[in-house]
Design a protein around this ligand. Structure first.
Ligand code: COA
Length: 159
């Protein structure tokens, strides 16, 4: 921090430079390390591909970290829907997550997307954002992938 008489100033931008972004990320990561291990983030993708021409017909994108599967994006081509492909994508991602020693999975889904689809697969809603976007709702859902063993909370987590 420079010692000008004006002191630090705020910059507001919609395009942070790489240095600023890296500074914040590195600082936060170092701060987190006092409490938890490295997240061990590893991307995970499951793609449906046509046997014949190799065309992509659907896919799930996400990652695993801190023993959780995060489903970020899920999309099945309209012509392939309601025949179990969405379910297969999620189940394949969960199976891979289990191999990576994950214990749970989480996902978010807008009210105009597929919260009911995830509920059918055993996910339960643990949070909602009302009116996001306006007139809709964003749901957050989770599912245990292995038998429920409650981990004791640390003192900091309980605060
Ligand atoms: C959501 C989506 C991936 C589901 O794929 P799909 O291949 O149709 O799913 P499945 O055939 O495996 O459906 C499994 C069950 O969920 C139901 N289901 C499917 N889509 C649903 C939805 N949007 N809402 C509620 N239930 C849904 C099916 O009817 C089926 O029920 P059943 O077992 O009682 O017959 C697909 O509809 C899609 O890509 N939608 C547009 C994008 C989107 O909303 N993605 C999710 C972002 S979080």
């Amino acid at each position: 921090m420079s010692s000008t008489t004006a002191g630090p100033r705020l910059e507001v931008t919609d395009r942070p430079d790489i240095e600023s972004r890296g500074w914040v990320l590195n600082g936060l990561a170092a701060s987190n390390r006092a409490y938890v291990d490295e997240p061990g983030k590893r991307n995970l993708a499951v793609i449906i591909r046509d046997h014949g021409n190799g065309e992509i017909l659907g896919g799930l994108l996400g990652w695993t970290s801190w023993e959780w599967l995060r489903i970020e994006l899920l999309y099945v081509a309209p012509a392939c829907r309601r025949t179990g492909w969405g379910t297969r994508l999620v189940q394949a991602a969960e199976a891979e997550a289990l191999k990576r020693l994950c214990r749970s999975a989480w996902v978010d889904s807008y009210s105009f997307q597929a919260p009911g689809f995830y509920e059918r697969l055993g996910y339960t809603i643990f949070g909602t954002l009302d009116d996001y976007p306006a007139g809709h709702r964003r749901y957050f859902l989770q599912r245990r992938l292995i038998a429920n063993v409650e981990a004791p909370l640390s003192t900091n987590d309980r605060a």
